[in-house]
Ligand binder design. Sequence first.
Ligand SMILES: *Cc1c(COP(=O)(O)O)cnc(C)c1O
Length: 232
Amino acid sequence: MNIAENVALVRRNIAEAALAAGRDPEKIRLVAATKMNAASRVRQAIAAGVEICGENRVQEMLEKQAQGAYEGAELHFIGHLQKNKAKQVVGLAKLIHSVDSTELLTLISRLAEARGLVQDVLLEVNIAGEAAKSGFAPEDVPQALAFASQLPGVRVRGLMAIPPICSFPDQNRPFFLRMRKLFVDNGGKKYDNVSMDFLSMGMSGDYQEAIACGADLVRIGTAVFGPRDYSK
Ligand SMILES: *Cc1c(COP(=O)(O)O)cnc(C)c1O
């Protein structure tokens, strides 16, 4: 299958999952996870109707940006963001999904302020408590939101999670449901500079399940572009 057919299939699946859950399909946004796909392939996805590209690595993003890869789409940053690279992402990415520490929040705010802008971010939550993954512990989210609300250069727009790689689609359901609860519980409390608009969760193996559990942003790579070539 080519990229255009993949995009069409993913969109159908998104709509089906949304309708089955009694949700408006229009409210669920597809983020094409473009890592390891060349600019020409990213452009094919955009031509096929992809409206948001999510990139993982700063260097790769800058190279592809210079090649005009993302023209016509919104650019999001979804990978782990090292502090020494934050300045290249602030202002370029419309939304940073992967803010995983108060130090990074402070830094992003400072960089954004220096440029006279407010950076939209999501807080990444380590929902399965995995040692190898970054993110706020679920119980630390209220504190992190209160902290972020004091920072003039960031606006928290929601939460993001990367649960374990799943070997069957509903394996991550408990984690998705826990994220949903965290999202709703913390959305009710009103913090300055925080509006809980987006819950970013679900990848190629489990996005329909994530949508059933309340995801608004699904980050999909393989189902759009095919398997990534790790041999290069
Ligand atoms: C690669 C990646 C995805 C997409 O993964 P697939 O399984 O290929 O759909 C989603 N989110 C993040 C943070 C990623 O790095």
